[in-house]
Each structure stands twice: as C-alpha cells, then as structure tokens.
Design a protein. Sequence first.
Length: 97
Amino acid sequence: KHTHYGITSYQCMEATPSLACANKCVFCWRHHKNPVGREWRWKTDDPKMIVEEAVNMHVDMIKETRGIPGIQMDRWAEAHKVRHCALSLVGEPIMYP
C-alpha cells in the first residue's frame, strides 16, 4: 500500500460492508449460502453505525497486539487512528443501499 499509494498500512482498516456477495469465489471466507436477488429486500444498518463499529472493532484488534515481540510501539500507537479503509478486499461488490 505504501509503495503504490503512499498509505501507511498500519493505519489502514480492512472491511466489507456486505456479507451478501453472490460471486462465490473459491477462496472466500464467507459461507456459500449467500442471498442473491434482483432487488434489495434485506435489513440494513445505519451507515454511521457500521463505520463507527468497524473502527471500534479494528482498534480492539490492534490493542490485542501489544506486547508481541517486534512490535514498534510508535506505529502501534499510530495504528489506533484509522486514516484509510480498504472496502473491497478481493474485488467483491461494495454496494449498500
């Protein structure tokens, strides 16, 4: 990320806004009973809540790395402030109504 985009990767959060992807890629971490449809009929969450919770959960995961040998504490501290978010991890749809 840094080489190509100038992004400090330790301040980049990875997330996906939808579990309802119909691609069914062989390397996917989702289960393959994903809903497929021509119109949106599923429950939706407030976008602000999605972002806030994603950041909170990301920071909680960062906190768990404290004390691991080799951690650079200055970067560890900076990683608590998310500056970027990669939404499409492997090309899945990032639509949200």
